[in-house]
Ligand binder design. Structure first.
Ligand code: ES4
Ligand code: ZN
Length: 324
């Protein structure tokens, strides 16, 4: 199957950190626009550092680059650049993760971040007919009190969010620490997702379901180590937002051939394919589909995963029906 054919499958992107779409060229452009000095000599020098040992080595670079994002216009431009690429890859609906606690650390308000991203989504709606929304992610390596404070700061505009998520360094930061934060988010009418089972154990996937009551699991690949959990994910139809190129680049798996996607798919789990931080991991969503196609998934199987993404999205039912 050609990449063109993979691009043409209508899909939703459900696991995408908007800050992870910051290409080196735009990073340097924004650095200049905002008078921020990046600790890299050039675009080429920055790209040479895209060689990661694990999640933390990536996060260090990712957080450093986020310092160039300062104004609502920056976030609009970032979102639009991503949405244009995603549209070319057949993405019709995109749910964007963002990390307000990092931006707050850079002196940028959550309102500026949300206003800019929402404007980008609005323009992409007009230009490309795309739909989508925002998922505010809490950093699990910061205290739960900081997450709760962040959540309360947006309580008055919860209607501008689809939901909340949980990201950053996983091991040693179990989901249960955020149970009160997620309960409060549910009270505000927000949908719930969490990263679990990326580097952390299968037990974190179960804990995210049982203590945070999330509807989807981001990554979730290490669930494959627990047969009973795999069966439960399939039975309850809990979607996993899998990011194959990310898993290879961050060495969560040794290579694509060893990726548990096949096992999860064959067990009947609702798996979707996503790009995570595409500027850093070597490709946008169609590249993830192409990588998986190279591992022996058939056209029908890839089309099933594209349909899964629409079913698993937080788009209104009418929009889902249009895309299915
Ligand atoms: C992330 Cl790949 C990944 N894992 C956890 N947190 C993240 N934030 C951005 N990318
Ligand atoms: Zn992620």
């Amino acid at each position: 199957m050609t990449v063109e054919a993979l691009r043409s499958l209508p899909k939703a992107e459900l696991h995408l950190h908007i800050e992870g779409t910051l290409e080196p060229e735009l990073a340097f452009e924004l650095a200049q626009r905002n008078g921020v000095t990046l600790p890299f000599a050039s675009v080429e020098d920055l790209r040479l550092r895209y060689d990661f040992d694990d999640l933390q080595s990536f996060l260090d670079l990712y957080y450093a680059c986020m310092a160039v994002l300062r104004t609502a216009d920056d976030f609009r431009d970032l979102a639009l650049a991503y949405l244009e690429r995603a549209h070319a890859d057949g993405v019709r609906h995109a749910e964007l993760f963002f990390d307000p606690q990092v931006h707050a650390g850079n002196g940028v308000s959550v309102d500026a971040v949300m206003d800019g991203l929402l404007e980008g989504l609005r323009i992409a709606g007009e230009r490309f007919g795309m739909t989508g929304g925002l998922i505010l992610c809490f950093l699990r390596d910061l205290p739960a009190a900081s997450a709760m404070e962040t959540l309360e700061s947006v309580a008055g505009r919860a209607g501008d969010l689809l939901g909340v998520g949980l990201d950053s360094a996983e091991v040693g930061h179990p989901p249960v620490l955020f149970a009160d934060v997620f309960a409060r988010a549910a009270e505000l009418g927000l949908r719930l997702v969490a990263h679990a089972g990326e580097e952390g154990p299968a037990a974190y996937v179960r804990e995210a379901l049982d203590t945070l009551h999330v509807e989807r699991i981001d990554h979730g690949i290490r669930a494959a180590e627990d047969d009973a959990l795999v069966a439960e994910l399939a039975r309850r139809r809990v979607p996993l937002t899998v990011c194959p190129l990310s898993n290879v680049r961050l060495k969560a798996v040794p290579d694509l051939a060893a990726h548990p996607l096949r096992r999860l798919f064959d067990a009947g789990v609702v798996v979707t394919l996503n790009s995570d931080d595409p500027a850093y991991f070597g490709g946008y969503v169609a590249a993830n589909f192409a990588a998986v196609a190279g591992e022996g998934f058939t056209v029908d199987e890839l089309a099933t995963m594209a349909r899964n993404s629409i079913v698993a999205s937080f788009a209104p039912d009418g929009r889902k029906a249009e895309l299915l």
